[in-house]
Structure formats: C-alpha cells, structure tokens
Design a protein around this ligand. Structure first.
Ligand SMILES: [Cu+2]
Length: 293
C-alpha cells in the first residue's frame, strides 16, 4: 500500500518538474513585494509602508519596554510588590491613540480605493473583455470598428466563451485571444471581468490588482494604468477546481507599436474607426512586414 507521505512526495515532485503547469517563478525581489508597475500601486505601496513602519515601531517599542520591565522589576531580596488598580488617564490615552490611527488609515485607504474603483474609468481607456473559465482566460478586444459585439450570458459555451450574439455585425471583427493579454504602456485599461462557470480571479501582484470574477456578474469598474513595460503573469487566485494550479495567462505591457503589431497579427488595429482601419490594413498590406518593435 502506498503511504500518504509517498503520494505527497510524488505529487510535489510532479508539480515542480512537469513543465508548463506551474506558475512562473519570481526572479526579482524574492523576499519583498514584486516591483510595482502600476499608477495605483504607488499609492497602495505607500499605505503598505505606513502600516509596515508603524507596526515595526510598535513591535520594537513594546519588546524593549517588556525586556526593560523584566530586568528592572525582577525579583530582588527585600523588594516590595506594588499593587495597581488601573489608571483611567492611561486607559483613555492608549485606547484613543490607536482608534485615531485606525480612523486616519481608514480614511486614507478609502480615498485611494475611491480613485481606483469608484471614481470612474478615465476617458480613452482601452477596453478589454475578459472571461475566465476552468482553467484559462479569454481576452477580447473590439475590432477595427471599435465596437464590441453584444453578448448574452445564456450563449456562453466552450465555442463562444464570450457569449457573442451571432447576428450582431459588430462582433464579427472582435479580436479574441486565449491566455495572453497585451496592453500598451501608459494607457488606462478598463477590464470587463466575467466568469463562465465558477468564481475565478484576476490577480497581478505587480499591478497591485486583485479582483474576483463572479459568474452572472459583469464587473466593469476595474481599471489600471501602467508605468513601464513588463512581462507578467495573470494568476487565478481562487481555488476554482482541480486544474486551478495551471490557470494563468501572460500579461505583456508593451510599446504602442508592439501593441498595434499584436492587434494586427490577430485581427486589425482596434482603436481606429472602420474607415481609418481600412486604410491602415491596406497600408500594412503594402508595407514591409519586418519587425517594427
Ligand atoms: Cu480559476
């Protein structure tokens, strides 16, 4: 009979040796936060560091006080115990001080949260429709017409993960990509987050961004803007089934030229009007198709 320990060992060995099923290993900042590449990340990190340094100061201060008291009031021959029945002034001070700190932190956090989630998506944001399913991510960009084909949740299935209405002409040129999301540097990106089956999540630590994707719900208020180019990984951070461990997609943050090239390869430039796009496609056909990165 195979022991549980042996089974665990085999599982662990498979997990780290079978290529393509484990998340990409971190190579930088291994012992700290991954490098931030998002505009909001700076504010989130700011709050993180305020809380971190405050906790560190309180921890070190209380440890020093404790050790000092242990030594100063240790048992000595002839020393007399003093009995205390509390001190109302001290009680008020050490209750009110943390309360004030927490209220200020809460207010500051709420301000950042409002800007990130409730303040509205900036004008001109690139919209990406994202559908999660067991076990991968589908990404959709509006085609040359700049308009997404309309969708119906009831039509979502393996062949049509977005549930695009078949008779909507706007959907014919939509650009669909599986497990790869590409966005241009420094342009706001609005995400339409949906799920086809169970709860998944869109999680990119370098963007300091985490949002659950809930079946039956269309989450359209999440957006981000990047500070620099990067090759990242979008991980599902909800235990969504037996294949959860292999549910991740690439996120490439690239130059405008590389982004246009990506759209061209998979359809046509998505941000132009239909006539402009027509000209673009014609121009591209005649152009040297060498690497324009
Ligand atoms: Cu998942």
């Amino acid at each position: 009979m195979i022991s549980n320990a042996f089974r665990f060992l085999i599982g662990a060995v498979c997990l780290v040796t079978v290529p393509g099923v484990q998340a990409a290993p971190r190579t930088t900042n291994l012992w700290w936060l991954p490098e931030n590449i998002s505009v909001h990340g700076e504010q989130i990190d700011h709050i993180f560091y305020i809380i971190f340094w405050m906790c560190l100061a309180v921890f070190v201060g209380t440890q020093i006080a404790m050790i000092w008291f242990l030594i100063k009031y240790r048992r000595k021959p002839g020393s007399q115990s003093v009995y205390s029945h509390g001190n109302n002034t001290l009680e008020v001070i050490w209750t009110a001080t943390p309360l004030l700190i927490f209220l200020l932190l809460g207010a500051y956090g709420q301000k950042v949260w409002y800007e990130m989630r409730q303040g509205g998506v900036p004008e001109g944001a690139l919209v990406v429709d994202i559908v999660a399913e067991q076990f991968g991510f589908h990404f959709r960009y509006a085609g040359p017409d700049g308009v997404f084909g309309q969708t119906d949740r009831a039509l979502m299935d393996g062949g049509n993960p977005f549930g695009i209405l078949p008779d909507d002409p706007a959907g014919a040129d939509d650009i669909k990509v599986y497990n790869e999301m590409v966005v241009p540097i420094g342009r706001p990106v609005q995400m339409i987050l949906r799920s086809r089956d169970v709860i998944h999540s869109y999680y990119v630590p370098a963007l300091r961004l985490y949002q659950d994707m809930v079946p039956g719900k269309e989450i359209d208020w999440v957006w981000f803007n990047t500070l620099k180019g990067a090759n990242l990984q979008i991980a599902c951070n909800q235990l969504c089934g037996s294949g959860h461990y292999k549910m991740f997609a690439a996120l490439r943050v690239v130059s405008d030229e590389a982004f246009d090239k990506f759209l061209k390869e998979r359809g046509a430039p998505a941000t132009k009007t239909a006539s402009e796009a027509g000209e673009n496609v014609a121009a591209l056909k005649g152009a040297d198709t060498g690497d324009t990165l």
